[in-house]
Design a protein around this ligand. Structure first.
Ligand SMILES: Nc1nc2c(ncn2[C@@H]2O[C@H](COP(=O)(O)O[C@H]3[C@@H](O)[C@H](n4cnc5c(=O)[nH]c(N)nc54)O[C@@H]3COP(=O)(O)O)[C@@H](O)[C@H]2O)c(=O)[nH]1
Length: 516
């Protein structure tokens, strides 16, 4: 199985985090943009309705004023008539002047009085369905024709309307007021927004994504407003929100990047890989043979665990401390024993009575309840000698540890003290434990050729073991010189690279056959 090196994984995690942060920033920006768009649109529509409402108020006032003057019974211009017209004008808010027509020509007005020469109107701009006649932006006699205004004629009277002041919003003329009669007629605002006509679809279409729209007055329903918002105005109005949006986008990107990267790092962390590995069977067993030093025959093996997942291998020196830290030692041990028992019993080349040695955690003996290994006895269809190895540790000399060891021994398990000589050992502990094997730590064997003080202790260890009738296994035997010296020292068994490295069950079976 080939695996990417760790730095490649970190680079891949970084790339994934960048991708996720980009995608989340885009999604959040889009969402916020849509919310902002609907808010801006609602604001723009409110503004349009406000303009239309103001226009409606002017129309209502002009209509009431024109109705009132048309109720007057004067047939000609006279001071009395003008006085009555001025009285009505006084009551109006938005009509600036009222004029009276004699024989289709303006004969008098509230401002100009009785005209010497009656004034004939130019052709009107349009006539409404109520027969009101409109002149839009027509030169006003009131101001010596230097100003323009909207004039509406009903019956024999006309009224000059104050539209501009009421409509307001003169700084940005990004709207156009029009009368949508038999055709489209411009009334106020920006004349260039609508060209020549307004189609039905234009009147009814209202896309969520467009800020260009047409709204018509509720009552004066043919009076409509087309809005093409000025982008500078919108920018001025919403620059704060845009900055906020930009900031939120940046924060989303940064936040999701950190979250994703940390998540991926955690996912690939030792802790998470080991936790998952136990459930996903990333742990597997290898077997290191041990031999009878006299005959060279492979008489047993030590079960050692290995780990490999899609990210690569983790070595026991790393995962064993992590398993302890995670408090999953019992589950781990049971899992390894189950796996190895199944493999070994199912492998034809592994003989009956084979010694199979498992590594246990001393801390698992220091509990109120005993480690349950009964399943190993059930799986032991080949009558293997099951050896439980415990490293020398303070924890195995406690009352409960000794009780559990006794209980397991009574069920037929054998015990070995692992790494003997380097840990917490004393003779009374050896006696109390009543162990079956002592495994001399490999540091003693390795120093044999140098005749170090440590290696000179081996004969003493042999003496102790003989005295207690405990069998000895020397660990870390790497060459034949070490093997023959250990033989001379009457050490019974040996384990080490000289006889085989930790290997698969198939190659262990081969080693067994070859050594027999
Ligand atoms: N509780 C459990 N502990 C376990 C389990 N599997 C492993 N371990 C413990 O992890 C430590 C490291 O083990 P590992 O890397 O597997 O190393 C073992 C051998 O490969 C190594 N060895 C054996 N012969 C030689 C040799 O000739 N030279 C040399 N340099 N190294 C050699 O020694 C390790 C076995 O040691 P020990 O268990 O003390 O006999 C180690 O402490 C394992 O115990 C597990 O499933 N459960």
């Amino acid at each position: 199985m080939s695996h990417k090196p760790l730095n490649e994984h970190i680079t891949a995690d970084k790339a994934k985090a960048v991708l996720v942060s980009l995608v989340s920033a885009i999604i959040v920006t889009l969402l916020l943009f849509l919310i902002m768009l609907s808010f801006v649109k609602e604001q723009e529509e409110r503004r349009a309705l406000e303009i239309l409402n103001n226009v409606g108020v002017v129309f209502q006032d002009a209509s009431a004023t024109l109705d009132r003057v048309n109720e007057l019974t004067f047939a000609q211009c006279s001071n009395e008539h003008l006085f009555a017209m001025r009285k009505i004008l006084f009551r109006s808010r938005f009509v600036k002047e009222i004029g009276f027509y004699e024989d289709d020509a303006l004969g008098c007005s509230t401002y100009l009085g009785i005209l010497d020469v009656p004034f004939t109107d130019a052709a009107p701009d349009f006539v409404t369905i109520q027969d009101d006649i409109f002149w839009v932006n027509t030169p006003l006699a009131l101001f010596d024709e230097k100003a323009v205004g909207t004039v509406v004629k009903r019956g024999r009277y006309n009224a000059v309307l104050d539209m501009g002041n009421v409509i307001g919003f003169t700084r940005f003329l990004d709207w156009q007021l029009f009368y949508n009669g038999d055709k489209f007629y411009h009334m106020a605002g920006n004349k260039t927004l609508l060209k020549n006509s307004v189609s039905e679809s234009e009147l009814s279409s209202d896309s969520f994504f467009s800020l260009h729209f047409i709204k018509c007055h509720d009552v004066y329903y043919l009076t409509c407003l087309k809005v093409d918002p000025d982008m500078n105005r919108l920018f001025d109005l919403h620059v704060g929100k845009l900055l906020l949006l930009f900031l939120v986008t940046l924060m989303t990107a940064a936040f999701s990047h950190v979250l994703t990267f940390n998540y991926l790092r955690h996912k690939h962390s030792l802790e998470s890989r080991i936790k998952k590995g136990l459930a996903k069977s990333s742990f597997y067993c290898v077997y290191q043979p041990f031999v009878d030093l006299e005959s060279g025959e492979v008489i047993g093996c030590e079960v050692l665990s290995r780990f490999e997942d899609e990210l690569g291998a983790i070595y026991p020196d790393e995962f064993i401390p992590q398993i302890k830290a995670l408090g999953i030692t019992r589950e781990f041990t049971q899992d390894m024993i189950k796996k190895s028992m199944l493999e070994l019993t199912n492998c034809e080349g592994i003989p009956k009575d084979f010694k199979v040695s498992f590594n246990l955690f001393p801390m698992d003996f220091n509990q109120d309840y005993c480690l349950d290994l009964d399943f190993a006895l059930t799986l032991n269809t080949k009558n293997f000698k099951l050896v439980l190895e415990i490293t020398e540790d303070e924890q195995i000399s406690t009352h409960s540890a000794i009780k559990h060891i006794k209980s397991l021994k009574s069920k037929g398990f054998l015990f070995a003290i692992d790494d003997f000589g380097v840990g917490y050992s004393n003779l009374s502990q050896l006696k109390t434990m009543n162990c079956d094997f002592l495994k001399i730590d490999r540091s003693f064997v390795m120093e044999m050729e140098e005749n170090s003080i440590r290696s000179s202790l081996i004969p003493h260890i042999v003496g102790i073991a003989n005295g207690l009738e405990i069998k000895l296994i020397a660990e870390g035997v790497e060459n034949s010189e070490q093997a023959s010296e250990l033989r001379n020292l009457s050490v019974g068994f040996g384990q080490g690279w000289l006889y085989g490295k930790p290997q698969s069950v198939e190659s262990l079976a081969e080693s067994v056959q070859q050594s027999a």
